[in-house]
Write a protein that binds this ligand. Structure first.
Ligand code: GTP
Ligand code: MG
Length: 325
């Protein structure tokens, strides 16, 4: 843990536009997400101006290529952009690091583009907690757009995507099973679908498949989310994609959906963080030799272990004990 003085100095640096302070604070949050408690009060007034765009989809779908191409157009429109890749196997940390260096190379000398990767060090909620904190830093620093890239469709990725204002789900013509995968949760959170690698056969069929799945889904009684074809490595379709992203965002800010969504997002993160915390508390007190357990708790645990009390009833008693502590 850094000293309070050092932390305050870095936060002041961040608010002053010092990129090194930003980088150091990101490193601190990545290793110790709890540090956000001391940082947040100082940055909260600077937050809420950046547009957070989540980009997710199966491995190798072209998410990094797409992020890089989007970043180029975002810069051309005069805005600054941060790209945060959230995954251990992601470009900047994983196997495709070389390829990604090449893809992102054009941005390295541009101070208006910030690129960083973070990995899932902790367990259960670790990545989404640190992503939330880091996104808050990038937002407070003043980036106009923050691109969050995650790979896959697991719970962690879904949690990370929930910290975004606009979610883009990227699939490719050959990912035949991705429609199935989307049903596992991605479909509900997608604001825009991208069929990338549309130079390959089957792109139009994939667009039709996505559309018919959406039409069958209960989640989209109104307008269907846009489905956009891109060829990220040549830049085809990217301006169309950015136009849709910007339009959705503008409408959402205009109709105040944006604030509603951000509030819901914060409550959602509160819930998942509280669950993680609760699990930690339970794991601690259910250690039978925990010296801090009071006698009533010790005997409750013993009774369950010996089969004298049913675990379901005991769980309610246990929660009451925690509540009354
Ligand atoms: N043919 C074709 N190849 C593409 C296209 N877009 C990206 N690629 C290639 O697809 C490969 C994977 O691209 P990435 O951008 O690394 O994909 P990713 O989804 O970020 O990959 P992970 O982060 O490893 O999941 C690279 O070789 C890209 O050059 C496209 O539109 N068409
Ligand atoms: Mg990638």
């Amino acid at each position: 843990m850094p000293s309070v003085d050092k932390l305050q100095k870095e936060v002041a640096g961040l608010l002053d536009g010092n990129i090194r302070s930003l980088s150091r604070l990101i490193t601190l949050i990545e290793s110790t997400p709890e540090i956000l408690a001391s940082i947040h009060p100082k940055i909260k007034d600077a937050e809420g101006k950046g547009h957070i765009i989540g980009i997710t989809g199966p491995p190798g779908a072209g998410k990094s290529t797409l992020s890089s191409a989007l970043a180029t157009l975002i810069r051309e429109s005069g805005r600054t952009v941060a790209i945060l890749a959230c995954d251990p196997s992601s470009p900047f940390t994983g196997g495709s690091v070389l390829g990604d260096r090449v893809r992102m190379q054009s941005h390295y000398t541009d101070p208006g583009v910030f690129i960083r990767s973070i990995s899932n060090r902790g367990s259960g909620g670790g990545l989404s907690n640190s992503t939330y904190g880091i996104t808050a830093l990038l937002d407070a620093f003043g980036f106009d757009v923050i691109l969050l890239e995650t790979v896959g469709v697991g719970q962690t990725e879904l949690d990370v995507m929930k910290t975004s204002d606009t979610v883009v789900v990227v699939i490719v013509p050959e990912s035949g099973d991705s429609i199935q995968t989307m049903k596992a949760g991605l479909m509900e959170i997608a604001d825009i679908f991208v069929v990338n690698k549309c130079d390959r056969v089957g792109a139009d069929r994939m667009v039709r498949d996505v559309r018919s799945s959406l039409q069958l889904s209960d989640d989209y009684r109104g307008a269907l989310p846009p489905i956009i074809k891109t060829k990220a490595d040549s830049g085809d379709g990217i301006s169309n994609l950015l136009h849709e992203i910007d339009t959705l965002h503008r409408d959402s800010v205009f109709s105040s959906d944006f604030d509603v969504k951000r509030s819901a997002m914060r409550l959602d993160i509160l819930r998942s963080s509280a669950l993680t915390e609760m699990e930690f508390v339970l794991d601690t007190i259910l250690k039978r030799d925990n010296p801090e357990n009071d006698p009533a708790l010790v005997s409750l645990i013993n009774e369950v272990e010996l089969g004298q009390k049913d675990p379901i009833t005991a769980a309610k008693a246990l929660i009451n004990m925690i509540k009354n502590k």
